[in-house]
Design a protein around this ligand. Structure first.
Ligand code: FE2
Length: 295
């Protein structure tokens, strides 16, 4: 089998991408402190345990696919309405978002590939809403996979729905600009996590983790992120999880001025930047995506 990456808590395998051909090498990995191994089934020359199960999930029953598409479309519209209300300064009830989050968790559990298909292409007008739906869906799957209980999965899904709320207050001329941003425009865009946090904080009943994801999803492990420049352990696991899902969706989105990266390219790019992203989360997402791949 073709090994893309081996994740060990103590030492990393120096040669991360290699064709594993011998039983002896396999035993060496199993006996090591490796926690996660990312296997590229497409480049493997033998059937890999788990790959068949993954393929089985890729073919979605047409009835389920239609039902899931309808549910996700409803989610996008409901989220659009809710975020518009917040933008216009109307009352916002955090609990009112819970049915949308629960429906999204159901959709992404039942037919994850449909979510990826639907959210890859984002129109200019619905870009932020659809991105939030995609990130929320990915966060639901990743939270579930990393052992969160169902209440936490739903909470993180809601956090994903709201994470880019602050972008609604960034001028469209900057947010929807086609092409490179100037330094000044980039500085303005970078205010969105703090803006979103300041707005959410005004409403009662918004859990701390939702506030944290909104404010901190652009922080980086080496301290180079924004708005606070937190580093390492200052960035909690739920925020790390949100960052990985957020960046993955951004990289794999089709935009008018750039081709979308493949899922594999995005996972590799993030894995190679362990100074920015939590590699364990990246690997777990990569493993999940292999089973979700809509292509
Ligand atoms: Fe953001």
């Amino acid at each position: 089998m073709f090994v893309e990456a081996v994740m060990c808590p103590e030492t990393e395998f120096a040669k991360r991408r290699f064709l594993l051909t011998s039983e002896q090498d396999l035993r060496a990995i199993v006996a090591s402190s490796a926690e996660t191994v990312l296997v590229n089934t497409a480049r493997s020359q033998v059937a890999v345990d788990g790959a068949d199960a993954g393929k089985a999930q890729k073919s979605v029953d047409p009835v389920v696919a239609t039902r899931t598409r309808t549910a996700i479309t409803n989610n996008i519209n409901a989220l659009g309405d809710t975020l518009d209300m917040i933008r216009q300064g109307e009352a916002f009830d955090f609990d009112a978002l819970q049915p949308a989050a629960a429906s999204l968790v159901d959709s992404v559990t039942e037919a994850p590939a449909v979510l990826l298909q639907m959210t890859r292409l984002k129109s200019k007008d619905q870009g932020t809403f659809v991105h939030c739906i995609a990130v929320a869906g990915l966060m639901a799957r990743l939270a579930d996979e990393t052992g969160s209980d169902s209440d936490t999965v739903q909470l993180l899904t809601t956090a994903g729905l709201l994470h880019d709320l602050g972008k609604l207050f960034i001028p469209d001329a900057i947010l929807k600009k086609q092409g490179e941003l100037t330094d000044a425009e980039r500085r303005i865009i970078r205010t969105h996590p703090q803006i979103g946090f300041d707005i959410l904080k005004r409403y009662p009943g918004v859990p701390q983790v939702v506030l944290d994801v909104c404010r901190l999803h652009h922080e980086a492990l080496d301290g180079s992120g924004y708005p606070l420049g937190l580093s390492g352990d200052e960035i909690g696991p739920f925020v790390r999880l949100s960052t990985v899902c957020d960046v993955f969706d951004a990289l794999t989105t089709v935009r008018p001025y750039k081709r979308a990266w493949t899922q594999e390219q995005a996972i590799h790019w993030m894995f190679d930047r362990g100074h920015l992203f939590d590699r364990k989360m990246v690997l777990t997402l990569g493993r999940l995506l292999d089973a979700m791949d809509p292509q």
